[in-house]
Design a protein around this ligand. Sequence first.
Ligand code: GLC
Ligand code: CA
Length: 551
Amino acid sequence: MEKKWWKEAVGYQIYPRSFKDSNNDGIGDLNGIREKLPYLKELGIDFIWINPVYESPNVDNGYDISNYQEVLSEFGTMADFDCLLDEAHQVGLKVIMDLVINHTSDQHEWFVEARKSKENPYRDYYIWHDSVNGEPPSDWVAIFGGSVWEFDEETNQYYFHAFAKEQPDLNWENESLKQDVFRMISWWLDKGIDGFRIDAISHIKKDAFHLPIDAKNVAARYQNISGIGEYLKELKQTFDRYDIMTVGEASGVSAEEAEEWAGDDGYFDMIFEFEHIGLWKKEEEQVPIRSFKQALSRWQYALDGKGWNALYMENHDVPRSVSVFGSDNEEYRVISAKGLAMMYLFLQGTPFIYQGQEIGMTNMKFASINEIDALDSKHIYQDMLAQGIDEQTALETISRTTRDNARTPMQWTDSEYGGFSETQPWLTVNPNTKEINVESQLQDPQSVLHFYRQLIQLRKENETLIYGGFTELISDHEQIYAYLRTTKEEQFFILVNLSDQSADYQLPSSISEKGKAWELIISNYDQPQEPLTGVGRLAPFEARTYRVQVK
Ligand code: GLC
Ligand code: CA
């Protein structure tokens, strides 16, 4: 397997608005990130991915960009960014930026021009359509709700938007649009950044507009549509001129297509797949463990020896993993946060840690809909009320499911605003910052934070955990995820109970063969461990990693 720096790296995702507020206006900023570089370095990570910090009217918190080459003043200045890049590089951290090229803001000058007239040179940078029999061109629904078509009175046509109506989609069939986008990308790469996370990239091609909506998946008509590869290959040509890493956000891409997207010659170095994370059904409390294991292993096998995975349990769009996949009850909060960490950090791929995940931050109990910022959640809330659901039930559902759970400010200390800011932040701080915060965990060798550090260190010191092959064991088990990482010289065996009940297991004889002296490397329970034999039991959320030399 070809060695690459980004295969050996561990990434850390920063949602800048919620990470650290350096000037006490309640909004996290670039200088806040600079302050925390030593913390990140200590954690052991190798690169940061920063969510959008570009100029934006913030309809979708920075994912509606009005100028790709300016920094939004709330976050600081381009000079601050240059300092951050410089300082990060000095301490050996690489910097990955978010690249949002499926759409812009409706305030972007391209769109401001485009909507002026049908003859405007920028008109064709976006997707316009006449009405059909006095109706919008199709019945397709946008990801954030409502029609994908927004009527523009001035020019008497509709424009297309996959997300909010203030986020018009770019027209990838237009040659000069593409050239402008590629120029912008090169401008950032020439600055010396180390790569991109490419937003919503599976949406850049749309299906024929006369086709009806697919009831099972609102985005199906504008997600991973055949022919998209032509655009992605062109995009890759720009990336290939630099030694960078790329990770595409690829909703709707299945494991069968993994190689095309994230194989050695794929469109990207790796992609964020949605299968394991998407299993979490908003109506259900519990994620089905078997399906979860299957999704992860499917992607592991699809790319083992053929490409590379991006590994993640959280990001800024989903609730906290401890609350969803573990348990945020006092009893198992710490144990399950550690178990989940081990479960995914030792898979084959580049792990991404989302800010706060490394201290086991949990979902928030939002007390009122006014505490919610996320646009999609507000829409869903209104829809629920319209369906006759009462306010309390609607709020509970939103509270459990909103992506704002991931966006509450980072919990640095136990002080009123969690050490994030000295004033009321843009989004409420989770009151459990009293118990869950960086400061106290730094002092506690048993903390989730220390466990993350150890796991990251173990990956660094053991190439087998990076390049070793992947084999799943006892795949039918209803509670335990078990897998091997193997090279010619050694084997690691990872055994994790994903449930809050104890779990009995029986391992294949190859594990317990005589003379195989499995050494316990790390575990999330501190009682003395029995030697590994063919049968045994794991406590709730118990996770262990063993190693053996291969003779
Ligand atoms: C991606 C981002 C999400 C954003 C959307 C539209 O899914 O992760 O936060 O709202 O794209 O840009
Ligand atoms: Ca600030």
